[in-house]
Each structure stands twice: as C-alpha cells, then as structure tokens.
Design a protein around this ligand. Structure first.
Ligand code: NAD
Length: 361
C-alpha cells in the first residue's frame, strides 16, 4: 500500500531540505503518494496568501503532511503560516523529541526527552489589549473595581488563558504517547505556586489524568526549577507536558542540549490531522546554496513514519541518520567542529549518505 502524504516544500532553504528528505523517505522502501503543495513567499505574489486554502484542503484529504519551513513576512500584518495551520486543523499537541546521538557536539550524551507542548491557548490565545486603546481603558476600569491591584494606565495586557478541556486533552495525549512508546514517566511543568488559577488548573488536571495511568510514573516540576534540572541532570527526565509558553521555551532549551536546530524535529498533532516539520525556520540567507542540514526534517520524517505505523522503517531511518552523524564525514557545516570547516558537505550529499546507509547498513 502507498500512503498519500501532503508535501509542503516551504520557502527559503525549505525546498532543498524537503527534496533531500523525500528522497530519503522513498529509500526506506515505504511507498508514498506525495501531494506536493507549494506555500510561502513564492506563492504569496501569485495567489495572495502564504498558505492558500488548497494546502489545507490537501491535508484534510490526506490526513498527514510533511512540511518545510515557511518565512513569516514581517510588517504586512500577516499571521504566520504555522499559526494558521495549527488553528485551522486543530493541531493541539506539539511534540518535540530531543535525543543525544554519538557525534553530536553537545555537553551531554544521554538525553532522550519528549516535549509535549499544548499548542492552542495560554498567552498565545491572542487575547491582548494595547496600551492607550479604549478596550484597555475599559478593562483597567473593570479590574480597578474588581481586584485589589491598582493598575497603571500606561500598561498593556496579554491574557493567560488555560482551559480544563485543553489541559486534559494535552495531558492525556502525553500519557497515551508514553504508553504507546514504552516511556516510563511523565512530568507536568507549571508555575502553580504563583499562577494559582491558570497553572493551578493545569496541574490539577495533570494530577487527575495521572491517576488514570497507574502504570506510568508521574511528577510535577515548577518551570524555573525544571530549567535548572534540565541543565544539571537531563537524563532523569522522559516525557514533559507543558502549557504553550513553557513548552515553547523548554523545547528550544532541549534542542540546545542535544546539539542544535540542525537535528531537532517536530510534529503538530490533532485528533484528525498531523503535520511533521523541523523546529528551525527557513534560514533564508542560505537559500539555494545546498548548505543547510536536512537532518531535522529527516528526523521529522521518521516521526511521520511512526505516525503511519511504519515503526521498523522509522527505526532504520533513525539508525541511518545516527550512523552518518557518528561517522561525522558527510555532515553539514553546523555539525563540524567549526562552521567554516572545509570538509562540510551540502544538503543533497547528506541525503546521498543517509540513503547509502539505508541500503547497505
Ligand atoms: P531560522 O531557524 O530560519 O535560522 C536561524 C539560524 O539557524 C540560521 O541563520 C542558521 O544559522 C541556523 N539554521 C537554521 N536551520 C538550519 C539548518 N537546517 N541547518 C543548519 N543551520 C540552520 O530562524 P530565523 O532566522 O529566526 O527565521 C527565519 C524565518 O523562518 C522567519 O521568517 C521565521 O518566521 C520563519 N520560521 C518558520 C518556522 C516554520 O515554518 N516552522 C519556524 C521558525 C521560524
């Protein structure tokens, strides 16, 4: 059987890493029918949008997408394509694994973390009040009347919005992920000692859900302490589940623990659809130079294989990537001892090396 998958090359360096990743996925022996959908700056001029409706229609039809990065045009009042994708398809869970591989330049060698970030609410819900606006004045009047806090009139406000339902579905997702992937522990991260109602709700829901999964260990950590623990003893952690903002920050921290953006994959998952993409952006200054590392997108491809139920192929692909990283010969500049290392290879040569490993071990 062949899997229909929407393939979004994106812009900047996106098309190069997407082509390299498509070649590698085809070489795993799993059969795909790629529905290629262009998006990003290239189509903005032509179709008036960085994410035309046909792209979403395609994902609604195939159910899954592999996506290259898309540049967010600055100063045109345009929403990022990623935010639109997440909201339109209700991709409520953002999964970012951070795993050590021998050969990656990092201070640590034994990290195997899964960050599960809530993707739809928290301070990212878009409930904001601009300084000096009539709505802001009305809000300050109301808060003056209903709280003990005296608010300054020259302030701006962003609202932290955490719901029971969204907290429950993300924590359940983390526990189900732990079960399906033979993980031992889930850690909920919060600041419930200060934000007693919003983070307090998230923590209470996490504790409630944890009782439904007695076979998985559960603990919670306050976010600032969690940052210190991740730097001091990251090997003690397994699956972390976090509200949106802490998830955003700690997933970059975790990418830094394992050796950087060039190898950090991601997935955005909902009940109906899933979109796999590297954590990094479009790195436009390197566009068209066959220079950047395609491995973050290739690891995202391995997550896609797992999602499709092709676990053995996912493991073979990760092993091939691990072998190329460990050998250290056919890797891009970012995985070399210094960025100007003359022995660095290009994007498509990395794909050739991974394909050779897939074919010949
Ligand atoms: P970026 O991740 O594109 O690049 C930052 C730097 O990281 C690059 O200059 C490069 O040195 C390095 N880098 C990134 N990817 C690399 C790779 N594959 N191999 C080697 N080095 C790599 O971040 P940015 O410059 O802040 O963002 C550029 C654009 O991408 C912005 O418009 C931003 O909005 C967008 N963006 C898109 C996504 C997405 O589509 N998912 C994610 C993040 C940023």
């Amino acid at each position: 059987m062949a899997y229909p998958v929407t393939l979004i090359p994106g812009d900047g360096t996106g098309p190069e890493i997407t082509e390299a990743t498509r070649r590698v996925l085809d070489a795993t022996g799993v059969r795909f029918i790629w529905h290629v959908q262009e998006a990003g700056l290239l189509v903005l001029e032509r179709e008036g949008s960085i994410l035309p409706p046909r792209v979403l229609d395609s994902i609604r039809q195939t159910g899954v997408a592999l996506k290259g990065p898309i540049t967010t045009p600055i100063g045109r009042g345009m929403r990022s394509a990623n935010v639109t994708l997440r909201k339109s398809l209700d991709l409520f869970a953002n999964i970012r694994p951070a795993k050590s591989f021998p050969g990656l330049r990092s201070r640590y060698s034994n990290i195997d973390l899964i960050i599960v970030r809530e993707n739809t609410e928290d301070l990212y819900a878009g409930i904001e009040f601009q300084r000096g606006s009539p709505d802001m004045a009305e809000l300050v009047d109301w808060l003056d009347a209903h709280t003990q806090v005296q608010l300054s009139r020259d302030a701006a406000i962003s609202i932290k919005y955490i719901s029971y339902a969204a907290s429950r579905r993300i924590v359940k997702f983390a526990f189900d992920y732990a079960l399906a992937n033979k993980r031992r522990k889930v850690t909920a991260v919060h600041k419930a000692n200060i934000m007693r109602y919003s983070d307090g709700l998230f923590l209470a829901v996490a504790q409630e859900v944890a009782r439904e999964y007695p076979q998985i260990q559960f603990e919670d950590r306050i976010v600032d302490n969690m940052c210190m623990q991740l730097v001091q003893k990251p090997e003690q952690y397994d699956v972390l589940v976090l509200p949106n903002l802490y998830g955003d920050i700690l997933s970059d921290l975790s990418a830094g623990l394992i050796g950087g953006l060039g190898v950090a994959p991601g997935a955005n998952i909902g009940n109906e659809y899933a979109v796999f993409e590297p954590v990094h952006g479009s790195a436009p200054k390197y566009a068209g130079q066959n220079k950047v590392n395609p491995m973050a997108m290739m690891f995202s491809g391995a997550l896609l294989l797992r999602h499709l139920g092709e676990r053995p192929a996912a493991e073979r692909l990760e092993a091939a990537l691990g072998a190329v990283i460990a050998e250290g010969k056919y890797v891009t500049y970012d995985l070399k001892p210094t960025p100007d290392d003359k022995s660095a290879v290009g994007t498509s040569q990395v794909a050739d090396a991974v394909i050779a490993r897939l074919r010949h071990g």
